[in-house]
Design a protein around this ligand. Sequence first.
Ligand code: MF3
Ligand code: CO
Length: 274
Amino acid sequence: MIHIRTHEEIELIRKSALMVTATLTEVAKFLKPGIATISVDAMAEQFIRDNGGKPSFKGYNGYPYTLCISVNEQIVHGFPGSYILKDGDIVSVDCGVYMNGFHGDHAYTFAIGDVKVEVLQLLNVTKQSLLLGIEQAKANNRVGDISFAIEQYTAKQHGYGIVRELVGHGVGMELHEDPQVPNYGRRGDGKRLKENMVIAIEPMINLGTRDVKTLEDGWTVVTADGKPSAHFEHTVVVRKDKGEALSTFVPIEAAERANKELNSSHYAIETQMM
Ligand code: MF3
Ligand code: CO
């Protein structure tokens, strides 16, 4: 069953989604070469609890952490751990927050230092494909209209591999609700969208092949060819003319830019002193 949410429920989902945005903004400030991904997870969990939320993922089907942190060829569900971030990495950070009876679900892929142009392009195209998908999240469209828009832009136009094993989903009182929202498909296929349904749209796009493998930890999904993968996600409410994202990239992007300038000016000063 696909829920239609009341105005009050949507505003509560917005609060949870914006708490995820705030968490990812803290993550954006925190990320730099030399830090271990487990310390990002610890910081995020503390931030969420200090603000009266609960991490949605921790304990979900036995998932052990607050964040999914997936580096380079890792697509999603990567475990935070002892891995030390280095210049040139890309890092997908996925986070859910539960507050006031509702979940928000939201993800962003960060570039650490100098990342290859072809990989930066993958990030930009994946992020843009999410925005194109959101435009299709309007009343009387079907789920396939979202899927088609994402597939068209990423695979057809840019030749990237679209992950098929994992999909977007309804989100609300449960982290995963109906309907499933694939990132590939045909216009006019699938369930009909109605005003005030709330869904998570989350393209997972690979630079190379679409094929994936799961690591021995039972969670971490990686690209079969070892090439990098990007993941961006918003919690979205279906509206009359286009979807409305309840989460936002604006403060995350601002923090990412400020952090980049800070780290590169440190670098410039260190270089000057040499
Ligand atoms: N954010 C993921 C999703 O979008 C869920 C993470 S799985 C979990 O569906 F087990 F870690 F929660
Ligand atoms: Co999700």
